[in-house]
Design a protein around this ligand. Structure first.
Ligand code: GLV
Ligand code: MN
Ligand code: MN
Length: 434
């Protein structure tokens, strides 16, 4: 097991807190069980294994089996719950006192990593097992697995459903981005059609805490163990469609062509040339999918589409970039060779993490991670940004080896996983004690 855990244990033995500061100090009987956390993560990794990662698209058999695995684990954490009508699992506690909501997601990107999502769910489960069963702890941790954080059918469908932001019409319209299967069909096949959807009860929770792998290189490169998330980026997504003229690739002279694919490629390059002058220090943009129609070597494409994303923690920056992109589209249209339309299909709200939650994670890091923590923004989207619209929210990160994620090679050292679990459970304890 990790030496972080050993260090933390010896720190407990040496430390004698004054009575008045007791609730703010590490508590030996209330520590995460690192071996149990690792065993749970490996059990989830074995469901839908792909190389060293997993393939668990939303509502696939391995995703559903992972949700059932979680439901079966809830009673030992003094929680009851089931999979609801949108594929969320919410483990509820009957214990008196304050309730902290914690969790993440269990589906993965296609052929991707084993920790993106499950880490946060297993830490939440561990916190519930440790704290809910201990009579000296006033209050409990409730555990959630939010469905479709990875956006196979929409974006943040599970957590947005929980906060009341998904209508039945949204579900009617949703389809798997890979297979095209409708969400209604997927829910039917999963045996979830017609089941009620869990809804957030205002005032039930003191807040929401989520743990995640960093998915970047900051912690690793600085030799740190815990990221304390200050803000989560907003994600804006666009469908940019170019229309030209489909024609013969051999007989159509270059001067006569209206090649939609070429217009698209030039547009991508122009974005990369022009965005840097007005973007923010951490703005990122990505063309994640390009489709040519037809897509054939001997045909000039008459239509081309790109799915394009901009991320920033400051909505004003994205507004600026969007305005520039619209001007660039006008320039393309003015040239009259190909036409282009820009449609915004996702508008994400950035979220600030709660200061009290950041302090609790920082204090827990001082106790269990030698204070090797850093306040940092999240460039990835997380369900915590949705929950933050309803309650105070916080997030902690553990290091990602090589900063790799959304790839089956994604990994974190066992010792770092265990340290993260210790910090997470202690942060939950501190938040419940406040
Ligand atoms: C979440 O996985 C994201 O794409 O940020
Ligand atoms: Mn994730
Ligand atoms: Mn992800």
């Amino acid at each position: 097991m990790g030496d972080g855990a050993d260090r933390a244990r010896s720190a407990h033995m040496l430390f004698q807190p004054a009575p008045e500061t007791k609730s703010l100090m590490p508590h030996p009987a209330l520590s995460a069980n690192g071996e149990r956390v690792l065993a749970d993560l490996h059990a989830l990794r074995a469901i839908g294994a792909y190389k060293s990662g997993v393939h668990k698209p939303t509502f696939s058999q391995p995703h559903l089996a992972s949700l059932q695995w979680l439901v079966a684990k809830l009673p030992k954490a003094a929680l009851t719950g089931a999979i609801d009508g949108i594929g969320n699992v919410l483990g509820k506690s009957a214990k008196a006192g304050p309730k902290l909501l914690a969790g993440s997601h269990l589906e993965s990107q296609n052929y991707a990593g084993w920790l993106d999502g499950p880490l946060g769910v297993v830490y939440a489960l561990e916190a519930a097992r440790v704290l809910n069963n201990n009579a000296s702890v006033a209050g409990s941790v409730e555990v959630a697995a939010w469905c479709d954080e990875e956006g196979h059918f929409g974006h943040f469908l599970g957590s947005r459903s929980f906060v009341g932001a998904v209508t039945e019409a949204d579900i009617d319209a949703a389809a798997d981005r890979t297979s095209g299967r409708s969400m209604r069909e997927a829910l039917q096949a999963a045996g979830l059609a017609g089941l009620a959807r869990e809804e957030c009860e205002r005032g039930r929770h003191i807040g929401y805490l989520e743990a995640h792998i960093e998915q970047g290189r900051t912690l690793e490169s600085e030799g740190l163990k815990i990221g304390i998330v200050t803000s989560i980026v907003g994600i804006w997504q666009y469908r940019i469609t170019f229309s030209g003229e489909q024609n013969h690739a051999g007989t159509t002279r270059m001067a006569d062509r209206r090649d939609a694919g070429l217009s698209l490629a030039k547009f991508c390059v122009a974005i990369d040339e022009r965005f840097p002058s007005i973007c923010g220090p951490r703005t990122v943009w990505t063309t994640g999918r390009i489709t040519l129609d037809p897509a054939a070597p001997s045909i000039i494409p008459g239509r081309a589409e790109m799915l394009f994303q901009i991320r920033d923690a400051d909505a004003a920056v994205v507004e600026r970039l969007q305005a520039l992109m619209m001007d660039m589209a006008d320039e393309v249209n003015a040239q009259a060779r190909c036409s282009v339309t820009v449609e915004c299909i996702r508008k994400g709200t950035p979220a600030l993490m709660d200061e009290t939650f950041q302090q609790a994670i920082e204090a827990a890091s001082a106790s269990f991670a030698d204070g090797k923590s850093l306040r940092m923004p999240s460039g990835a989207g997380h369900d915590a940004q949705v929950l933050a619209t309803m309650m105070p929210a916080g997030m902690l990160f553990v290091p990602s080896i090589g900063g790799i994620s959304h790839h089956w090679r994604e990994n974190t050292a066992d010792a770092d996983i265990v340290t993260g679990a210790q910090v997470f459970v202690d942060a939950c304890r501190r938040l419940l004690a406040q």
